[in-house]
Ligand binder design. Structure first.
Ligand SMILES: C[S@@+](CC[C@H](N)C(=O)[O-])C[C@H]1O[C@@H](n2cnc3c(N)ncnc32)[C@H](O)[C@@H]1O
Length: 331
């Protein structure tokens, strides 16, 4: 698992799948990889044909080959697939054929389509749309998807210390007025591991995705919360649960053993007090922006008729809005 910084916030550079570290981190995630191994063993029948979308080092393809698949089509658009090919040769996984590229047409329909496509809070990586395209083109009617369902969940964050961490620039560090960027930390979505004590009791159901039938990424994830007692809210924690196959599932949530996905923190700039009887609604919207570092989030916390709307793109656009270096004195 990646290391946490002193504030407990994981600062991860953008993932590059040609780096080895990220593959080690995924392989070493016992909860993730163990669940995929058991799901492959239980699902793939001797003689089946299997596609592995986003094969990385090839591990899920090798599980399918071990389970007796006659043909495994391993697809990836990162050069890591060349390493996967060599690993297949070293281990005599002769059933596996590799396809390097994005938009691959397979030679035949497959019985099983396996893909570990989920990023942080599932959508941090833009793999769902090409996976759906491959499913519609290459999974035979009645074929099986692994995972078969992804559910989205959230909890309200009640730990003031997290808010204090994000308020650093509001406190005039070194006697300097940092107000032009003081609100920026609240418009970021750090990945972190929450403890039970940092959250208000009760999970919020934000809906789910049926992998066999979904036609696109859900445009918004929405749910509501019923306060049991008065509390202050400092933001939202979001995560997903994965149902891989009959009896094989795992949670990436804060109340389950840690996985490398941790949870995503959606902060709000000012705390909100909630009380029993109030309507509390959460809305989280993933969106892709071409040329703006792929996937971003909008989030809303609404209490009765007051809503707080945030996004993690505005400050990035602000920083990139000047095409020439700034020279000159402040106005
Ligand atoms: C989360 S990793 C999973 C790797 C491997 N299946 C495992 O379980 O360890 C996702 C992989 O999908 C690949 N990928 C991402 N987008 C892709 C696309 N559009 N087409 C093909 N491969 C893609 C990445 O290069 C990466 O190796």
């Amino acid at each position: 698992l990646a290391r946490l910084g002193t504030s407990g916030i994981l600062r991860r550079p953008n993932v590059s799948y040609s780096d080895l570290d990220v593959h080690q981190q995924m392989l070493a995630d016992q909860i993730r990889t163990g669940a995929f191994e058991r799901a492959n063993t239980a699902t793939v029948k001797p003689g089946d044909s299997v596609a592995d979308f986003g094969c990385g080092t090839g591990i899920l393809s090798f599980f399918a080959a071990k389970a007796g698949a006659a043909k495994v089509y391993a697809i990836d658009d990162s050069p890591i697939i060349r390493a996967a090919h060599r690993i297949a040769v070293a281990n005599s996984f002769s059933a596996v054929t590799f396809f390097e590229g994005k938009d691959i047409a397979l030679p035949e329909p497959v019985d099983v389509l396996v893909s570990e496509w989920m990023g942080h809070f599932a959508f941090k990586e833009p793999m769902l749309s090409p996976l759906i395209k491959l499913r519609d083109r290459s999974l035979r009617p009645g074929g099986i998807m692994i995972p078969r369902r992804i559910s989205f969940r959230a909890a309200l964050v009640g730990d003031e210390r997290l808010h204090d961490d994000l308020s650093y620039f509001r406190r005039r560090p070194w006697g300097v007025d940092f107000s032009p960027l003081a609100e920026w930390p609240f418009a970021q979505t750090p990945v972190r591991r929450f403890t039970e004590a940092q959250l208000l009791p009760g999970d919020i159901d934000l809906g789910h995705l049926e992998m066999a039938t979904c036609s696109s990424q859900p445009p918004v994830l929405e749910g509501s919360y019923v306060p049991q007692s008065e509390a202050q809210v400092f933001g939202i924690a979001g995560w997903f649960d994965a149902d891989l196959s009959e009896g094989e599932s795992f949670s990436t949530g804060p109340r389950a053993p840690a996985t490398h996905w941790y949870q995503v923190f959606f902060p709000i700039p000012h705390p909100v007090t909630i009380k029993p009887g109030m309507n509390v609604a959460v809305r989280i919207q993933p969106f892709e922006v071409t040329g703006a570092n792929n996937l971003h989030w909008r989030w809303r916390l609404a209490v009765d008729d007051k809503a707080i709307d945030m996004d993690d793109l505005t400050y990035q656009l602000w920083l990139r809005s000047r095409d020439k270096p700034i020279v000159g004195r402040p106005d």
